[in-house]
Design a protein around this ligand. Structure first.
Ligand code: HEC
Length: 275
């Protein structure tokens, strides 16, 4: 092999490794242990709730520039267009238009320093799981401009949009017991209260909800966060559900074809072998 070729291979290998490393660390901006979440596009009720929550709690700041109301209505269980216009569109837009936020970019810049990003692609850039955990992990932090911080997006410049639903979470300490990291999520639910009572300065940073500070129970709020993440997963690729349904037919068709091809093949060779 020539020297030049070897050099080329070496350069490519280094570039690939760098790229792979870069991609794998992308989004690893916090060491918070995520709760797992897998979206479900068959759950139309969840997608409808997610759309409704989105319009009421997020659209004030975040548009969905690549998504139209009309398509959303048709995809999410064929919602009648009049119903969509009367109950979901609060911005005075027409059903055929893209889902725009009512806030102007100048106002957004003045209030938040930067315009809140469009969220059409957020579950593809991050992941549905990331968005779900993002919505679950706002907590009180008086050093931040909006009085809250976030575990998966540290120092986020966004207020807790669903504070009234979830209530206020605080950072708490776990006592001095060593924690097996994998057990943390399970331990959190069960032992949180006991551990906080035990006190101690070690293992701080887990979150605990101030009871009664929100309208929703923990389960209801988790469902709401799931529904929004699920809806944003749909928005990130509106034809996914359709494609998956068609895919099943295509595979069925290919299987039938396989059986036919098998018998056809056998039939042909029967004559050949005889001779
Ligand atoms: C009051 C305005 C406002 C509201 C309401 C709001 N956000 Fe935000 N959001 C922001 C701003 C500003 C940022 C940018 C924060 C930053 O970059 O530090 C942001 C960032 C985000 C991000 C991170 C995007 C990224 O990849 O960097 C997500 C996800 C998000 N918001 C989701 C939501 C959801 C879901 C809702 C509704 C429950 C919502 N937001 C409601 C202002 C808002």
């Amino acid at each position: 092999m020539s020297k030049r070729l070897l050099k080329l291979i070496r350069v490519y290998t280094i570039a690939l490794i760098t790229l792979a490393f870069g991609v794998s660390t992308l989004g690893a901006d916090s060491d918070w242990i995520m709760e797992s979440m897998s979206p479900n596009l068959d759950d139309t009720a969840s997608l409808q709730r997610g759309a409704n929550l989105y319009v009421n709690f997020c659209l004030g700041c975040h548009s969905l520039e690549h998504q139209r109301y009309e398509r959303t209505a048709d995809d999410l269980g064929e919602i009648p267009h009049e119903l969509m216009e009367a109950n979901v569109i609060h911005t005075g837009q027409k059903i055929g238009e893209h889902i725009q936020s009512a806030m102007s970019e100048e106002d957004a810049k003045a209030w938040f320093g930067a315009a809140p990003p469009d969220l059409t692609m957020v579950t593809r850039v991050r992941s549905p799981e990331w968005v779900y955990n993002f919505l679950l992990t706002f907590y009180e932090d008086s050093s931040r401009p909006f009085g809250v911080n976030n575990k998966v997006f540290p120092n986020v410049g966004m207020p807790h949009a669903m504070l009234s639903l979830q209530g206020i979470q605080e950072e708490v300490c776990f006592g001095n017991r060593p924690i097996d990291l994998l057990d943390v999520q399970a331990a959190l639910r069960q032992d949180r209260v006991d551990s906080i009572k035990e006190g101690g300065a070690e293992n701080c940073g887990e979150l605990s909800l101030i009871p009664g500070s929100g309208m929703f129970s923990t389960e209801e709020y988790e469902q709401a966060a799931f529904d929004i993440a699920n809806f944003l997963h749909y928005v990130g690729d509106p034809t996914r559900a359709e494609r998956e349904a068609i895919g099943k037919y295509v595979i069925g068709f290919l299987l039938i074809l396989l059986v036919l091809a098998y018998f056809l093949n056998r039939n042909y060779w029967k004559d050949v072998k005889k001779n």
